[in-house]
Design a protein. Structure first.
Length: 225
């Protein structure tokens, strides 16, 4: 006879995921055993298996919940927004950058797991996550494509998009929670780098990039720890 679920089953699963995200982020997926996770959750290893049959499915749920949240942020941020002018695209990109950095600030462990540990999933589970990641990237590409000159190639738009993600996705490697610079402080710096753009077509005397960066004198880099 199958074991019935307790009334707080989903609440307990969420608590397990939160502890798992912390352990995977701090120890690495392979080093964080089911026994270690059970101890961190204050339950027996046998009870932990009542909620999850293996560590890979815990990893999947941690990563999937986080990337689904990012997909939702893209949809909500771009809902009812026009991208018909560079100014509108700039405002949309600024909103996306701010929303994502805010999310990373309070979901840092889950974000580290998404960035570093999805490769440990079985192929079919990893592909579910990567499909959603591609949806997130496509949302940013749409906005950047509207921001740069119309003759900008899709390859360049993709390169700019991935450069942006390179700037914001790895902040956990250097941005200390107790440091003088917060994720909210970082947002306008990133926005300045990507939204200080000229919508005019390139000329031979202008840089190769579709939009040149403004002078960076006003960016308070000394705040970086």
């Amino acid at each position: 006879m199958a074991r019935t679920r307790s009334p707080n089953f989903e609440e307990q699963r969420e608590a397990i995921l939160e502890k798992a995200a912390m352990l995977f982020a701090r120890m690495g997926f392979h080093a964080a055993s089911m026994a270690t996770l059970a101890k961190a959750c204050g339950v027996s290893k046998a009870l932990l298996y009542h909620y999850y049959r293996d560590k890979e499915h815990i990893l999947f749920d941690v990563a999937d919940a986080h990337v689904e949240r990012l997909c939702t942020l893209v949809r909500e941020t771009l809902a009812n927004r026009s991208l018909s002018t560079p100014q509108e695209a700039e405002a949309a990109l600024a909103a996306l950058i701010t929303a994502f950095l805010d999310e990373y600030a309070h979901a840092q462990h889950r974000h580290i797991v998404l960035v570093q540990d999805v490769k440990h999933l079985p192929t079919e589970l990893a592909e579910v996550i990567r499909t959603k990641q591609r949806q997130v990237v496509h949302g940013f590409e749409r906005v950047i494509a509207a921001l740069v000159p119309h003759d900008t190639s899709p390859t360049t738009v993709s390169a700019l998009t991935m450069t942006l993600f390179g700037m914001i996705n790895w902040t956990f490697t250097w941005l200390r929670p107790d440091g003088p610079l917060t994720h909210r402080d970082l947002a306008p710096l990133v926005i300045e780098l990507f939204c200080a753009a000229s919508p005019q077509p390139r000329t031979p005397t202008r840089p190769i990039l579709p939009f040149p960066l403004r002078c960076l004198r006003n960016i308070p880099f000394p705040l970086i720890p």
